[in-house]
Design a protein around this ligand. Sequence first.
Ligand code: BGC
Length: 717
Amino acid sequence: MTRQDHATRIEKLLAAMMLGEKIGQLNMLTADLAVTGPGMPADYMAELKKGRLGSMLNLYGVPLMRQVQRVAVEETRLGIPLFFGYDVVHGHRTVFPIPLAEAGAFDPELWEKTARIAAIEAAAEGLTLTFAPMIDVARDPRWGRIAESAGEDTWLTCRLAEAKVKGFQGKNLAAQDAIAATAKHLAGYGAVMAGREYAQVELSERAFHEIYLPPFRAAVAAGAAAIMPAFTDLAGVPLTAHVGILRDTVRARWGFDGVMISDYNAIAELMAHGIAGDLAEAAALALKAGVDVDMMATAYTRGLPVALERGLVAMSDIDACVRRVLALKAALGLFDDPYRAQAPVMTAERWTEHRAVARDAARRSIVLLVNRNDRLPIASPPARVALLGPLGDIAPEMLGPWSGAGRGEEMVSYAAGLRAAWPQSRIDAARGVEVEGEARSGIKPALDLARAADLVVLALGELRWMSGEAGSRAKPGLPGLQNEFARAVLDLGRPVVVLLSSGRPLMVPWLFERAEAVLACWYLGSEAGHAVADVVTGRWNPSARLPVTWPVEVGQIPIFYSRLPTGRPIDPTFRYSSKYIDMPNEPMFAFGHGLSYTRFAYSNLRAAPAQLREKDTLAVEVDVANEGRAAGEETVLLFVRDPVASVSRPVLELKGMAKVFLAPGERRSVRLSLACDAFAILDAKLAPRLEPGALEIYVGPAARAEALLKTSVKLVA
Ligand code: BGC
């Protein structure tokens, strides 16, 4: 069917619809509340039969989907099919690393591939839309949702946004293995005050436009079918009702004509925010801003008829939303095939293939934080291994905060992974302590195992529910008695490798100072244990980097590399300079930090042309040499700085990345290109422009001044 055919069909439907049916298309309900049948409460069925339901969330599985879709198509007056949305955030049945971990791979091809696989599996279970990618820039490890994000950097988040949208949606939304992507949560949610979930956001307009909004523009440019506005506010206006951003910027300026789906109950919550007196006002505010679908609030079904009567909204406002919802259904091919009967069938080969990608994604996401005395890798299998700590043998925890359709029992625990890698070794697992709680009885037996072991693997961290939505922590360290236990283990003087599992950077400075080897394992998904074993044994040389600055202490937050210069840079000898008097300014680990089993050296940075004009592309080249003994992959990062502009610019901004694989002793020249508009800035009035003058180019592995090579070019008018 052509676009024109769709448009004609939509207009015909619209003309035939009664008010209740129109509003019904804007209503999304969940299948998992007050369950009375197989995942489907009877009253939602009743709503559906009356034509008062347009889409559902939290329902998957072909038999159930078919049963519900059949009612929509055969038992409603107009037979309009539903679309089915779900949080397929980091994989569906095959679970990939959490986004914060996967971001550390700095690898758009991988990001696209894992989203593609997630889409195939989700589509095979009848899903047609995902509430992903989550592309909130996140700079506060107290905020649990940092786990779902790509971390602190805007440019990196933009690249992840594009890759994920492409991966989920494929080339054609109507393809049976494609699902619609929802870019969420627009925008600024990551800046909730003090990292407290759902709290107030205090941002400058510049920060909003320069740091938080660009990933959404990138997602729109990549063709994202849907957008979810954030629960939170911007200068007192909740995004769910923000006309200036949703309607004037996203729809009018960017040309986004897809569907806006509210967050869960967010329209009704406009009352709690104190900007709507009742449900009718709340519904009117959201509708006027351009929110098409009301997730779980019944604010539209109950509030819109009243709002219409009061003259708060016009029928044309409602029609515009209905058109967009129907257009999405048409684009998904649902009018032609409501059951998407040709959706991919999951064969044994397909599962194996997906598992292999999950293993690769997981090992590419593990960051080697510390490796003193080349403690890692452990090349030959130790005779006796003590796998200690509460997270060593607990497969379901590998799922991470959003599990999709993942099943805990299908995850590979660290214990299972190490046992598979070292079949001849004796591996004794003991928790020692729990993640939470005060029980000490397990400590002594665990220490006895450590004493007898040739290698101790110590699996510490937080439980998966401690990050993700509503997982804010004011003290993001190791919970429970884990510090005490870890100290006791390290005191024994045995060789120890620490596996740290978390949805955020955990602040345990003492551990990083004392432990010989620490791996940031985040939550790695289905193949966690195998991936960790690949890294521990050296079968995989770790290449991941931190997509977020890792603070020493909570008091340093917010801390991120792309900060503005101060008039008084830190000077340890001068009191009146920008610093703390009780701790360093420096983080524990910089953005981009991540060790390898080999050593890479950078030299000979050059950039051309030296005089850059608006239409030019800058070619940046650097030589990278592998000076160590292992083959490995290096991620080369390119940062820029505009040292003198009409507004103060950050000391570093990431603008490029490249990968190079080098054998020991090998040297190669790596080339990155940068279109001139990478240097565009928002001027004092927030208008984009290129300002002539010197530009500094930095290349290296991480956002640490001493790790970067520098050159400069000149932008000429
Ligand atoms: C979250 C969204 C999610 C939705 C549906 C909300 O609470 O903020 O990110 O997509 O629930 O599960």
